[in-house]
Design a protein around this ligand. Structure first.
Ligand code: SAM
Ligand code: SF4
Length: 475
């Protein structure tokens, strides 16, 4: 472990070690809140702790270790984390050897304060310390104490821990085999330098840093070997990938290398910042075959005054012009976005400008949020807050407007034949498979189990607000 803030607190009594099952394995329960970055880190934790003999369990009661990956991007997300942590006290009382670890953004933000607040919590681990989770757990198990580990620099990636599967897991006992997934996330960069005035991410994830391309390609090859067909490249602002690396490479260069040097069927990425979306990147959607025809491009607001207060670095007209160009380069592209309503100082007129933008942009889908104050951010100090009830009304109006647009877009799919990458069995309807089109629409349809991992031709026969129903045509 490298230098950083660490504190070890003694517990009054050393806990007995857990009883191991016959294979020497212990249960690991992982609960992830928040974004895909957290999903990715949770996978890393599973792989790292697998090397210590921990196997994932679905029932929390069977856990010897609980890893809680927390999110603090909005106030509501943080509240959920606090109430979940509180609910674990009874479990800990009943099972004293249980170790509870909190990672992710709330852990980074509150550090030792989280240990103070929840005395049944054993470990707080910062966003830059995921790689050390096994060592930290071991230290706490040996000492019987409690630990906050918040290094100021990255503990670093090691291929053996993020590559999937690790050499040990490649020949696992049946119990330890990680479920092979058809799609997998791959982090290309961490942190953010943009400091949008509402956003906590730069404070809890640190400054922007890119991973070397060779490391990313190696990870993708390992994923491919284990059966992954689609990768999702992750970063808070992937468009600025490559800054600060010794090698000269841009995000476009990285996409081209992945398409050339690996055999993945599909590539997706998220998130793109509108101010950094270049014509060159737009052209990739027409030129790079495995690149899915979908872009998530958060706009946040339709009023230039609010966009400036948010420190977003573009205007509504500039945004609309970019998506117009994008659609002319790649007419079949699906566009999704994020919007915040009730940002401090947002008037009814500003809000109507956001509604007008939705009308113009006609997003295929939208994630919309009510603004909430986040610690350390500039907007938290703005005095002209919008009343909660007013922000709630605006959110409802916006969501119902967008729901019609989304349904209309889904209805327009009926009758078309789409390539669907089958991800697994559908949760909603028995005996059905579920997958996604290149535009990221979910399609459920009847097909044999052997279609998992295959790209199938599917005729869309019905549209719902969040998914499509299809009929299998051919593999
Ligand atoms: N890096 C991405 C970007 O630039 O859009 C995603 C950042 S954040 C993890 C995901 C979304 O949460 C943002 O796009 C924004 O809409 C929303 N968000 C962030 N901070 C918020 C806040 N304080 N209140 C409400 N929504 C917020
Ligand atoms: Fe947050 Fe803005 Fe960075 Fe996205 S670009 S993570 S919204 S600061």
């Amino acid at each position: 472990m490298n230098s950083g803030a660490a504190s070890l607190r003694p517990r009054s009594m050393k806990m007995p070690e857990p009883l191991l099952n016959s294979g020497g394995l212990r249960g690991l329960y992982v609960r992830t809140f928040g974004c895909q970055m957290n999903e990715y880190d949770s996978l890393r934790v599973q792989r790292l702790l697998a090397a210590m003999g921990y196997v994932p369990v679905d029932e929390i009661g069977r856990a010897d270790v609980i890893f809680l990956n927390t999110c603090s991007v909005r106030g509501k997300a943080e509240q959920k984390v606090h109430s979940f942590l509180g609910s674990l006290r009874r479990l800990k009382d009943a099972k004293p050897h249980l170790k509870i670890i909190a990672g992710g953004c709330v852990a980074q933000q509150l550090g030792e304060k989280l240990l103070d607040r929840f005395d049944h919590l054993d470990i707080v681990i910062g966003t830059r310390a995921v790689s050390s989770v096994a060592q930290v757990l071991q230290r706490v198990q040996e000492s019987g104490g409690r630990l906050a580990w918040l290094p100021e620099t990255d503990d670093g990636y090691q291929m053996s821990e993020i590559g999937f599967p690790t050499p040990d897991l490649r020949h696992p006992t049946p119990d330890t085999r990680p479920p092979t997934s058809v799609t997998a996330p791959v982090t290309v960069m961490q942190g953010c330098n943009n400091y949008c005035s509402y956003c906590i991410v730069p404070y809890v994830r640190g400054p922007e840093r890119s991973r070397p391309a060779g490391q990313i390609l190696e990870e993708i090859r390992l994923l491919e070997e284990s059966g992954v067909r689609e990768i999702l490249l992750l970063g808070q602002n992937v468009n600025s990938y490559g800054r600060g690396l010794d090698e000269k490479i841009t995000f476009v260069g990285l996409l081209r290398r992945i398409a050339r040097q690996t055999g993945v069927a599909r590539i997706r990425f998220t998130t793109s910042h509108p101010k950094d979306l270049t014509d060159e990147l737009m052209s990739c959607f027409a030129e790079i075959d495995p690149l899915c025809k979908h872009l998530h491009l958060p706009v946040q607001a339709g009023s230039d005054r609010i966009l400036a207060r948010m420190n977003r670095g573009y205007t509504a007209a500039g945004y609309v012009e970019k998506i117009r160009r994008l659609r002319s380069i790649c007419p079949e592209i699906a566009l999704t976005s994020d919007v915040i309503v009730g940002f401090p100082g947002e008037t009814e007129d500003d809000f109507q400008k956001t509604m007008e933008l939705l009308d113009e942009a006609r997003f295929d889908n939208l994630f919309s949020f009510r603004y909430s104050d986040r610690p350390n951010t500039r907007a938290a100090a703005f005095s002209d807050k919008v009343e909660n009830s007013e922000a709630a009304r605006r959110l409802l109006e916006l969501q119902s407007y967008q729901a019609d647009i989304t349904l209309g877009k889904n209805l327009a799919e009926v009758g078309s034949v789409r390539d669907v990458l089958v991800e697994g069995t559908s949760r909603a309807s028995n005996g059905q498979m579920t997958g996604r089109t290149t535009q990221n629409r979910i399609v459920n349809f009847e097909a044999p189990l052997s279609s998992i991992g295959q790209i199938c031709s599917v005729k869309v026969v019905f549209a719902y607000s969040h998914s499509l129903k299809g009929v299998f045509i051919a593999k």
